[in-house]
Design a protein around this ligand. Structure first.
Ligand code: TMP
Length: 198
């Protein structure tokens, strides 16, 4: 099964992704976006650098280039080997950050994501819902998106809520308030339910 975790910066998804990978056991492959291949990790460094100015469309294309490489080289072969993939962000991040918050258009970005991934979407997306202000307080604050402040995070949070409605068959909203253990339990509840239905 292909599971992605999504949420505003500071929603705790990286911690939850790690715990989920441990819980799913050996053979599960963890990926983080952007990243996961040599080329994608280099693109990640470029994108995270607040000193690099980028047009929104150029920014999107870099995320998509990283995702295309990761999908073809890592995600598809892993799924074909019948192993689980847990992704810390995937196409929904581009739809929320670039499509909605940056204004490139939700429909347009969904289409471009499908080109980059050859139509691959996660089987299950866990949207960690947290107040964007709380999230920003928790985030490390050193990448280009976090530095842009609350306005961007609020736009991203609203976009995620829309995605949860549009893609309700795939997206499960998880309350990300509470302790790490409490949130992990909610995550496992959603994953076990989907595994049982598969
Ligand atoms: P991270 O902090 O979860 O590692 O993600 C890096 C930043 O990149 C985060 O602020 C969200 C942003 N992002 C996008 O804007 N579009 C994307 O497609 C992805 C994958 C991440």
């Amino acid at each position: 099964m292909f599971i992605s975790l999504e949420g505003v910066d500071g929603s705790g998804k990286s911690t939850q992704a790690r715990l989920l990978v441990e819980a799913l056991g050996e053979g599960t492959v963890a990926i983080r976006e952007p990243g996961g291949t040599d080329a994608a990790e280099r693109i990640r460094d470029l994108l995270a650098d607040p000193g690099v100015e980028l047009e929104p469309l150029a920014e999107l294309m870099l995320f998509l280039a990283a995702r295309a490489d990761l999908t073809e080289r890592v995600i598809r072969p892993t799924l074909e080997a019948d192993r689980h993939v847990v992704a810390d962000r995937f196409s929904d991040s581009s739809v929320a950050y670039q499509g909605a918050a940056r204004g490139l258009g939700v429909g347009e970005v969904i289409g471009l994501c499908e080109t980059a991934t050859d139509g691959l979407w996660p089987d299950l997306t866990l949207l960690l819902r947290i107040d964007p202000e709380t999230g920003l307080g928790r985030a490390e604050g050193d990448d280009r998106f976090e530095q842009e402040g609350l306005g961007l995070q609020q736009a991203v949070a609203e976009a995620y809520e829309e995605i949860a409605v549009i893609a309700s068959d795939r997206v499960t909203v998880i309350d990300a308030n509470g302790s790490v253990e409490e949130v992990h339990e909610r995550v496992m509840g959603a994953v076990n339910e989907r595994l049982a239905a598969a």
